[in-house]
Design a protein around this ligand. Structure first.
Ligand code: E4P
Length: 221
């Protein structure tokens, strides 16, 4: 399973690659705003971190676009900045229409803001490279999410679509494990979510306990 970092903070991204062996990055307007940097400046910085690798960076088009042609034009401009960039398009009629238009020009799309299996199916039919189902938002709205991911993976497998299922807006390690059990291809989450998920209080307790025994034992033969 691939792990992506959901962020536009360059130091966090570098850490995720160097220390955690991560496979890619997803950004969105909130992350770019939180970076405190201008959009083009920060995505160029992220592009430099992935240069010469297979890692992908999903970059979102202007959310005000309602015209597929405007999405395609911006998508082409962004994709020209780095071969690692995928273009994030919203699950709206304009976004769906932009998927094959970008694909025809060799640009991969990540269909974002997906909340139903049929939205995911439509994105797959039209040739999306990733479909991003936002489970955290659904859970905040008291909706179930496990079945949604199962359905998307099953639909993908039933028809042999090459699309990768990306579980997004992930809030904790339990959700990461559930996504893996379901057979999703990718999860994306914020830096702190992974930091917490990779740790466990018993690991710290156990290490302190073993250190105590170690200190009471001689090292020699
Ligand atoms: C996915 O690509 C999105 O950027 C992301 O997961 C959105 O979720 P958030 O609520 O954590 O910002």
């Amino acid at each position: 399973m691939k792990f992506f970092l959901d962020s536009a903070i360059v130091d966090e991204i570098a850490h995720a690659f160097d220390a955690w062996g991560f496979d890619g990055v997803t950004t969105n307007p909130r992350h770019v705003q939180a970076s405190g940097k201008p959009f083009l400046g920060v995505i160029r910085e992220i592009a430099r971190l992935v240069e010469g690798t297979e890692r992908t960076v999903s970059v979102e088009v202007n959310p005000h676009h309602t015209d597929p042609q405007a999405m395609v034009e911006e998508g082409l401009r962004l994709a020209a900045l780095s071969p690692n960039f995928l273009i994030k398009l919203p699950a709206t009629e304009a976004g769906f229409r932009a998927i094959p238009l970008l694909a025809a020009q060799g640009v991969r799309a990540n269909l974002t803001l997906v909340f139903s299996a049929v939205q995911a199916l439509q994105a797959m039919r039209l040739g999306a490279t990733y479909v991003s189902a936002f489970i955290g938002w659904k859970e905040s709205n008291a909706e179930e999410t496990g079945r949604l991911i199962e359905e998307i993976v099953t639909i993908r497998d039933n028809y042999g679509f090459p699309t990768e299922v990306l579980v997004a807006a992930v809030r904790n390690g339990r959700q990461i494990a559930d996504a893996a059990v379901t057979g999703a291809d990718i999860v994306t989450a914020g830096f702190a979510v992974y930091q917490d998920a990779f740790a466990h209080p018993y690991t710290d307790v156990g290490l302190a306990r073993f250190a105590g025994y170690w200190d009471q034992t001689s090292y020699g033969e």
